[in-house]
Design a protein. Structure first.
Length: 171
């Protein structure tokens, strides 16, 4: 892993992203965070860290794959921390999506799909903040997800019939 390549990729993604409204403010806040936190893409950065998220759609884009996260207690997109071997945040998002879904041959849009910020007590064991960079990923036809140990449940949900406690960004 290259700390500088992860940081540079997060910065480049956010600089290229042109959101409006509240997302524009979030973009500026994340860029300011990265400007003050050279190791801000790593889990070890306790005040908060960039995380890599994947909004995985079915091949026909009628369903989205969500995980019932054991710590969060809600249905959310797949994703997690950047790790050794991840050169970019996009690499981390694709790795997390593959690991957590058990689906191979996922197709990822390389541009930033969105961003979110969440207070959480993650594996550090102390309150922190996840600054999620989200990527749009499409599964191949017939993809059958396999739940990993990181999930209480994992399933496809119709994009127009998400569970009540879902927290996922759909454009």
């Amino acid at each position: 892993m290259s700390v500088s390549s992860l940081h540079a990729s997060a910065t480049q993604l956010l600089e290229a992203w042109q959101p409006t409204g509240v997302d524009a403010s979030l973009r500026e806040a994340m860029l300011a965070f990265l400007g003050s936190a050279p190791r801000g893409c790593l889990r070890e950065h306790a005040p908060g860290h960039i995380t890599a998220s994947a909004v995985v759609f079915s091949h026909d884009e009628r369903a989205v794959l969500l995980t019932l996260h054991p710590r969060v207690g809600r249905w959310i997109q797949l994703g997690g921390h950047c790790e050794e071997g991840d050169e970019t945040v996009a690499d981390a998002a694709l790795r997390e999506a593959t690991e957590e879904s058990g689906i191979t041959d996922l197709r990822m849009d390389p541009e930033l799909y969105g961003a979110q910020a969440h207070p959480i007590t993650c594996s550090l064991g102390v309150p922190t903040r996840h600054l999620d960079l989200l990527f749009r990923i499409v599964a191949p036809p017939g993809a059958v997800p396999i739940r990993s140990h990181e999930s209480t449940d994992l399933r496809w949900w119709p994009v127009d019939a998400l569970p009540d406690n879902a927290d996922v960004l759909l454009h």
